[in-house]
Write a protein that binds this ligand. Structure first.
Ligand SMILES: [Zn+2]
Length: 310
């Protein structure tokens, strides 16, 4: 484990916001708790808040190489089962993206942390020249089996063209990174620069993450389900705006955006959080043949920020 300074302002002065709920540290290479569908709700290391800028983060945390090792090794068959819900969610996310970015017209889009490539496939289907970047070797195999253009690696290791992409998306990724500021600076380099003479704005970054200052997160306190071992940074709309500003972006909008979940998966997740309610609910949903029905969920504690390279 390593102690780190604030990734947003560099200060080394924090207060504990949520004390550690796990004993010891995760063994290197233990990826179970880092799978996307892992249900380790309420299990996390010490979560602190910077006294200077208010950024909330896990400290101490695994060292960055161990974090990357874990994501390279992660496997997650349950994610494949939940594909239907993800497809609906990403179809839904593309609408506001295209309102801001304009029509696809074969323009290059990079999905950072694309996992099995669900968004890459949908964006390509809409007419984007979409490719994905992902550390998990298992997830890359799933994406390639569907014929998708994906690169195995991270922003630090992948050889990607600079000033090339019109859009870079990061869906539920930034909270997992060891150094989000460096990641956003690298994304900025990959995005097309503005060309004022031709009236072309700079490339667009789209960041979807959890909101630690949302009313639901504040209401739930230490019981907010997104306080998890695999989450390293807990942004708010304010702290993400501040970080995007420092990394060469101008924020266009940020607003809560929910997701679609199938009822069978939702009951399974609720069961992991509250077995007394979840288990009977899962039985009922199965009995009624409703496992595959997708429902929109928006508790206001997930948000999407859109920002232009300036
Ligand atoms: Zn700070």
């Amino acid at each position: 484990m390593e102690y780190v300074r604030c990734n947003l302002c560099g200060a080394d002065s924090t207060v504990v916001r949520y004390p550690c709920t796990v004993e010891g540290r995760s063994a290197k290479g233990e990826w179970g708790a880092y799978a996307c569908t892992h249900s380790g709700y309420g299990r996390h290391h010490t979560i602190v808040q910077c006294r200077e800028c208010g950024l909330v983060y896990t400290n101490p945390r695994l060292d960055p190489h161990d974090i990357v090792d874990i994501y390279e090794a992660v496997q997650d068959p349950l994610y494949l089962e939940e594909r239907g819900g993800r497809v609906l969610t990403f179809e839904h996310h593309l609408k506001p993206l295209e309102r801001i970015a304009g029509p696809p017209d074969g323009r290059p889009l990079l999905d950072v942390g694309c996992y099995t490539g669900v968004f890459v496939e949908i964006a390509a289907g809409h007419g984007w020249d979409a490719q994905g970047l992902e550390p998990s070797r298992w997830a890359i195999e799933q994406a390639r089996a569907r014929g998708l253009c994906v690169v195995q690696g991270t922003l630090d290791t992948a050889d990607l063209p600079e000033a090339h992409f019109d859009v870079v998306t990061m869906w539920d990724v930034i909270e997992h990174l060891a150094d989000p500021r460096s990641a956003l600076e690298q994304v900025c380099r990959l995005l097309r620069s503005p060309e004022p003479a031709e009236g072309r704005p700079g490339g667009l970054v789209v960041v979807h993450t959890i909101d630690i200052e949302s009313p639901f997160a504040r209401l739930m306190g230490a019981r907010w389900p997104w306080l998890m071992e695999m989450h390293v940074y807990y942004f708010s709309r304010r702290t993400l705006r501040a970080m995007l500003g420092k990394c060469g972006f101008e924020v266009i909008s940020d607003r809560p955006q929910g997701r679609y979940l199938r009822l069978g998966y939702l009951a399974n997740r609720v069961g992991a959080l509250m077995p007394v309610i979840g288990r009977p609910a899962e039985g009922l949903v199965t009995e009624l043949g409703l496992r595959g029905v997708a429902v929109p969920i928006n508790l206001g504690d997930l948000f999407t920020a859109y920002a232009r390279k300036v």
